[in-house]
Design a protein around this ligand. Structure first.
Ligand SMILES: Cc1cc2nc3c(=O)[nH]c(=O)nc-3n(C[C@H](O)[C@H](O)[C@H](O)COP(=O)(O)OP(=O)(O)OC[C@H]3O[C@@H](n4cnc5c(N)ncnc54)[C@H](O)[C@@H]3O)c2cc1C
Length: 306
């Protein structure tokens, strides 16, 4: 990674993972402009962004990007520029330019139209990326570089699991995995009503798990609707309570039936650090599952005060 880029989120730990592709991920810089914003659930928002020459990002081998947002939405930004190899360059040290970086997943890409969709968890802990997504309006500037990160390996059976930050990657995989694949998908969200409409795959049904199963949402997202149609205060109602309960996701993974031949299967788990640790421990206990058929990636870490 270029030492001059604004890095305030550590690289995902992929020590146990072998890249799905032999090619090294690139780090190409693309300025972006917000085209539109859409509410997916009380805790998720999709931004459709426009940029030029997005074709290098059109790969399932590297699902993620480094996403650049303002630190303070009320101040002007000095955005990175691209060096002669297309990599991001900052002209000032991190923060001084009012730009910071977080990792996100490309949910959908339309190279011909120059559009990219990114789905953001709008959590209630004052993060620059979450704040940007919540406030974004057409014409706002941001940027990305990449593509980066790894993906699943070819298999006939998949176990895909994680919290809502992993949901965009799981949805993109469901859009693209061959129809003959079997397995299961397990997603943790904060409470009933926070589910997101997922692509339907014939062999990979989605099961939902709740950190706060006793709290029903007052603004269930039955259908996706545009921000313009929805009162803004309603959208973030989902963060107005303590959201640190434990779901039954690890136990559910422990009871999943694994294939007899691990080489025909692949397990992908991502999300909050501690959740990931518990999921891997529960799912893999006494199974002798080969580590090269597993990719577990911590996407964020809950702090003591959240
Ligand atoms: C490879 C990769 C791909 C990712 N893809 C996505 C994606 O597609 N969509 C997505 O929403 N996230 C995704 N994430 C997670 C995202 O990068 C983090 O949640 C990030 O910390 C959000 O940045 P922020 O500026 O909003 O908050 P930060 O400034 O990083 O954190 C501020 C506070 O918010 C808390 N916090 C951070 N994230 C969450 C959360 N999800 N829920 C509750 N509290 C939180 C932190 O613990 C901290 O206390 C991905 C992460 C990785 C590594």
């Amino acid at each position: 990674m270029n030492s001059q880029t604004a890095v305030s989120q550590s690289e995902p730990s992929q020590a146990d993972a072998t890249p799905a592709t032999a090619e090294a991920p690139q780090n190409l810089y693309r300025p972006l402009t917000v085209l539109r914003s859409e509410v997916l659930s009380p805790e998720m928002r999709r931004l459709t962004l426009q940029g030029e020459d997005l074709s290098p990002f059109d790969t399932l081998d590297n699902l993620h990007v480094r996403f650049y947002v303002p630190v303070d939405l009320s101040l002007p930004c000095e955005w990175p520029t691209a060096d002669e190899e297309g990599r991001p360059q900052l002209t000032k040290t991190q923060g001084a330019n009012n730009v910071t970086m977080r990792y996100y997943t490309i949910r959908r890409l339309d190279v011909a139209r120059g559009e990219v969709d990114i789905d953001f968890v709008t959590h209630g802990h004052a993060g620059p990326a979450s704040n940007f997504a919540r406030a974004a309006k057409p014409g706002d500037r941001c940027a990305m570089s990449g593509p980066c990160g790894f993906s699943v390996k070819p298999a006939d059976w998949y176990l895909l699991a994680g919290d809502e930050t992993a949901l965009p990657a799981i949805a993109r995989l469901l859009d693209n995995l061959p129809a003959h694949c079997q397995g299961s998908v397990h997603i943790e969200v904060s409470r009933p009503g926070c589910e997101v409409v997922m692509p339907s795959h014939p062999g990979l049904p989605v099961q939902w798990h709740y950190r706060n199963s006793n709290l029903a949402s007052s603004n269930r997202a039955a259908d996706n609707h545009s921000v313009a149609d929805s009162p803004s205060a309603d959208h973030d109602a989902g963060v107005a309570y303590e959201d640190s309960g434990l779901s039954d996701l690890p136990q559910a993974l422990a009871s999943v039936r694994f294939p007899e031949q691990p080489d025909s299967g692949f397990i992908w788990v991502a999300g909050e650090y501690e959740l990931l640790r518990r999921c891997q421990a529960a799912a893999l206990a006494d199974r002798h599952w080969p580590k090269e058929r597993l990719l577990g990636v911590p996407y964020w870490r809950r702090k003591a005060d959240n």
